[in-house]
Design a protein around this ligand. Structure first.
Ligand code: NAD
Length: 381
């Protein structure tokens, strides 16, 4: 069978779902690989590099979609792309099925079998396919780099002949995959890093990454992680008040605040309020990784960098992984390759779409003319 990766058409998207290296691995599984001309350019992979890896370079999107039994992509399909789908064809990409009901219907009516990379169950066995974590890790790293780019001082403290420089103080709000990556990056640059999360079980992880966990003086346990599958639930008003009080206390001291707090299926909680920005020193930076979901900071404008009246820069970009397209394409294409390995048990270049397999079932959102989202809960952890 043939696997093809088209050029991403979403504006500004620089990632690509197949790299020359991942193509070599896909060929070992028995597949022929195709790429649309120029698809890897913005991620640093030339047509020539693909050719050397044995990939056929195809000169138009329509030819690519037509020739491919399996189409692999980064972004969910646009209407124009979905129109190219055909019966029995497999599509693997991010899809966000809960927000894209109309697209689910289209894919169903086309008879395409769609695997959503954002629906891969977060169980141990599937970690190698967990593209959400791969991309969140990059976003967390890049958030610190963007912060540094907008911050006029060192992260690390120094004693120099020209004077003593204090270390930067960084606060990370939300210590999921992105938050932990941000903590690791800020700490490795020499900052003094603090972090907060509503899930108390992450305190140990925060401390193991070299940051100080910000404890709240709050008696009751905030939530039972088991009830929410390890994800955060909205906080009680009392807890939220305590949290905001703590942030108000920290705001004048922090040079950089990186917010990553998300609650599945809801808008991002507002946690870094206007008065906290006003209390920060001029030259401080807020990077809001929750910008796409409405932002954790009151002043965030999605896809923009704004400066507050008191000189605090607030970065609301929503394309952090795409800003590191070589790295993110490498990790994403590896996640896809692992998915293909599980779909190809005989390594004979033929897809076996096993709906009895927890991971494949969990990620499949349309199959043989049916919508198969939402999936049943996985049987194993
Ligand atoms: P996420 O992107 O959904 O949320 C980011 C963080 O924001 C979370 O840590 C959340 O607790 C926190 N948050 C929410 N509201 C907050 C508030 N008011 N104040 C402060 N923080 C707040 O999280 P994620 O990175 O997708 O990870 C969520 C869970 O999934 C974690 O338990 C993680 O360990 C788990 N996970 C498991 C696997 C796996 O087993 N394969 C892979 C990745 C993540």
């Amino acid at each position: 069978m043939k696997i093809g990766a088209p050029k991403e058409i979403f504006e500004g998207e620089a990632r690509v779902a197949m790299t020359p290296d991942s193509a070599l691995q896909l060929q070992k599984l028995g597949y022929d690989c195709l790429i649309e001309t120029g698809a890897g350019d913005r991620a640093g992979f030339t047509d020539e590099a693909y050719k050397q890896a044995g990939v056929e370079v195809v000169h138009s999107a329509s030819a690519l979609w037509q020739a491919s039994d399996i189409v692999i992509k980064v972004r969910e399909p646009s209407d124009e792309e979905a129109a190219r789908l055909r019966n029995g064809q497999t599509l693997i990409s991010f899809f966000w099925p809960a927000q894209n009901e109309a697209m689910l219907e289209t894919c169903k009516s086309k008879g395409a079998n769609v695997i959503a990379m954002d629906m891969v169950p977060r169980i141990s066995r599937a970690q190698k396919m967990d593209a959400l974590s791969s991309m969140a890790n990059i976003a967390g790293y890049r958030a610190v780099i963007e912060a540094g780019n907008n911050f006029g001082r060192f992260f690390t403290g120094q004693v120099t002949a020209a004077g003593k420089v204090p270390p930067a103080k960084v606060l990370v709000v939300g210590a999921g995959v992105a938050g932990l990556a941000a903590i690791g990056t800020a700490t490795s640059l020499g900052a003094i890093t603090y972090a907060f999360d509503v899930r108390p079980e992450v305190a140990e992880q925060i401390e193991s990454m070299g940051a100080e966990f910000v404890y709240l003086d709050f008696e009751e346990e905030t939530q039972d992680g088991a009830e929410t599958g390890g994800y955060a639930a909205p906080s009680s008003p009392e807890f939220r008040e305590k949290q905001l009080e703590k942030f108000r206390e920290l705001a004048p001291e922090m040079d950089i605040v990186i917010t990553t707090a998300l609650i599945p299926g809801r808008p991002a909680p507002k946690l870094w309020l206007e008065d906290m920005v006003a209390a920060m020193k001029p030259g401080s930076v807020v990077v809001d990784l929750a910008a796409e979901k409405g932002g954790n900071c009151d002043l965030t404008v999605a896809d923009q960098k704004v400066v507050s009246d008191n000189g605090v820069t607030i970065v609301g970009y929503t394309d952090f992984p795409s800003r590191m397209a070589t790295q993110s394409s490498t990790l994403y294409s590896t996640n896809i390759r692992h998915m293909m390995t599980d779909l190809t048990p005989e390594k004979d270049g033929k897809v076996v779409h096993n709906m009895e397999d927890d991971v494949i079932r969990g990620a499949t959102v349309t199959y043989e003319g049916e919508i198969t989202f939402p999936p049943p809960p996985p049987k194993v952890k």
